[in-house]
Design a protein around this ligand. Structure first.
Ligand code: AMP
Length: 563
């Protein structure tokens, strides 16, 4: 392996360098995390030494571990013995509450830390029992947290750390007052962490009011110097997680690369994807930090000799590799920081050749993609995953060019006798078509008939707030959008109801997130909210149990939908 020019500029801080306790290091090793992401590198040391922190980071940066590991660093081994939690994480949605709880649980595996997600829509009884039994870390949506605080079932007096995760989303959902009320109840000497993808002035004022001299971190600093950027065609595909291997195969088939490196986040992901891609007929090799030097050399030799065409690797393992014939870089996930993106794509487009960088993004990672575009000052074109029809067309195209090459090679005389004899009986066109069919089938293109659902990249909302998405008002007076049911809520403008109150109430009490909620219409005495049909009963039942602007209100299906 030849070291490459970027090698000594890359940071090689390990999790152990950050001073994390052995139980956590073990858990991270088992999860296959090879090194901290930039946000973790910057956030963990100040958090371990007790500072407050204000971090600008979106999903996909590794921000959850950046606050979860410091929370766990000081947890008593074997779980706490008190009933009152030591850490509280506030998140905007039920989905995120579950996700963050799972992450804390995974990292805290060897510590026996007790974690509980609490959110609206879940029977409160179970939460009460768990809280009574004793919990070390609570991950909650603000509305439900406040509910428990009011009932004195969630005690905040032992809190050492409070985290506001995705703070901008919480504000957009109308949780500002709830957050204020919760923070008022927490001990003065607590440590406070705020993570937000964007930093609008409202976030700044919360930070000024509740964070003490916070360390500020932002992952958007690095930028490529002019002239340094390699010639790389950059594109992204938005694909749900479950369809990623199929989408990767499809994109590779259409791109027909010379050699590709696919970057994954963890060792586990590398091993799994290598296996899956081999099962799908690609010649893939894994490369990660858990492998010995000899093993790595063998992999590289196979790639150079052209007996493998796909290298699946972690960043650490790929560091310092220089592969001459590399034409494509694939980010199997959105990279955790712009600088990591820049390093990765710098592996192609060398020596004046054009390289290709492809990123597979999950719908919720769109902000990180935008950040990367902004920081690298380059455009990443979001493309549609090739459909089954595209793929067939592309395969036929490959067969066509193979035939064309064969014609130009001019060594066909040998086969004339076959055509001649068949021509007595069949049309020459038919004979040609049969020959094409056989050549096409013999090319071994495995049919991949699975359609991959098309998901739009979530609309850009940065800096605009999300209360009045374009189009909501235009739908006034018409029937509900297809697939949606309109719900009547017996409070409107004269009761001070704003769209964010409705979005907040629904997201806090049900499994829907703000994004699932459709058009909102607020009249003087009532409001109408569109929700997905299948969730309508759940939303009605939950809203009837809760209050809007402090009042119980009538909630039912809209009786006379205007047509
Ligand atoms: P987050 O931005 O917190 O939602 O994390 C994004 C993803 O990155 C999650 O799937 C994490 O499990 C993963 N992850 C977080 N930190 C690391 C790391 N240091 N190495 C590899 N994967 C990580």
């Amino acid at each position: 392996m030849t070291p490459d020019a970027t090698e000594d500029t890359e940071d090689t801080t390990t999790f152990a360098d950050l001073g994390l306790r052995p139980e956590l290091l073990r858990a991270l090793l088992d999860l296959g995390y090879e090194e901290p992401t930039p946000i973790q590198r910057e956030a963990i040391p100040p958090l371990l030494s007790g500072h407050d922190l204000l971090g600008q980071a979106a999903t996909g940066t590794g921000k959850t571990a950046a606050f979860a590991l410091p929370i766990l660093q000081h947890m008593p081994a074997g779980g706490g013995d008190g009933a009152a939690p030591m850490a509280l994480v506030l998140v905007p949605t039920r989905e995120l509450a579950v996700q963050v709880s799972e992450a804390v649980h995974r990292y805290g595996r060897d510590l026996g830390t007790r974690v509980l997600p609490i959110y609206g829509g879940q029977p409160i009884g179970r939460q009460l029992r768990e809280l009574q039994r004793g919990v070390d870390v609570v991950v909650a949506t603000p509305g439900r947290a406040l509910d428990h605080i009011g009932r004195k079932t969630l005690r905040l007096d032992a809190l050492r750390m409070v985290v506001l995760d995705e703070a901008d989303e919480m504000l957009d959902m109308g949780f500002a007052d709830d957050i204020e009320a919760i923070l008022q109840e927490t001990p003065e000497e607590r440590q406070t962490v705020l993570f937000s993808a964007t930093m609008p002035p409202r976030i700044d004022s919360i930070a000024r009011a509740h964070l003490k001299d916070p360390v500020r971190i932002q992952i958007e600093r690095e930028s490529t110097a002019p002239g340094e950027a390699p010639r790389v065609r950059q594109s992204a595909y938005v694909v749900p997680r479950a369809h990623k291997p199929a989408a990767l195969g499809r994109v590779l088939d259409v791109e027909a690369p010379e050699a590709t490196i696919v970057f994954c986040r963890t060792r586990e992901e590398v091993d799994q994807l290598t296996e899956t891609m081999n099962g799908r007929g690609y010649r893939a090799e894994a490369l990660h930090g858990g492998m010995g030097q000899e093993q790595r050399d063998r992999v590289m030799a196979r790639l150079r000799a052209g007996t493998a065409d796909l290298l699946v690797a972690t960043d650490v393992a790929a560091r310092g590799l220089d592969i001459e014939q590399l034409s494509h870089v694939v980010n199997y996930n959105v990279p955790s920081a712009p600088e990591s993106y820049v390093h990765r794509i710098g592996r192609v487009g060398r020596a004046g050749r054009e390289g290709v960088a492809i990123t597979l993004a999950e719908p919720r990672e769109h902000r990180m993609l935008k950040t990367i575009e902004r920081v690298t000052k380059s455009r990443i074109v979001v493309e549609k995953v090739p459909t089954v029809a595209d793929l067939r067309a592309r395969r036929l195209e490959l067969t066509r060019s193979a035939l064309e090459e064969s014609i130009l090679e001019d060594d066909l005389e040998h086969f004339r006798v076959v055509v001649d004899t068949l021509a007595d009986e069949f049309d020459v066109m038919e004979i040609a078509m049969a020959a094409v069919k056989l050549a096409h089938e013999a090319s071994g293109a495995a049919a991949d008939e699975e359609e991959i659902p098309e998901v739009p990249l979530r609309s850009e909302r940065e800096g605009r707030g999300r209360r009045e998405p374009a189009g909501r008002d235009e739908r006034r007076g018409r029937g509900p959008t297809s697939g949606m049911t309109r719900i009547f809520v017996g409070a409107g403008r004269s009761a001070g109801v704003r769209p964010q109150d409705l979005v907040g109430a629904i997201a806090n009490e049900t499994r829907l997130s703000g994004r699932d909620i459709g058009a909102i219409e607020i009249a003087d005495r009532f409001s109408l909210v569109e929700v997905p049909q299948q969730a309508a009963d759940d939303v009605i039942a939950s809203l009837r149990q809760s209050t809007i602007k402090g009042r119980k209100v009538t909630v039912r299906r809209e009786r006379f939908p205007a047509r």
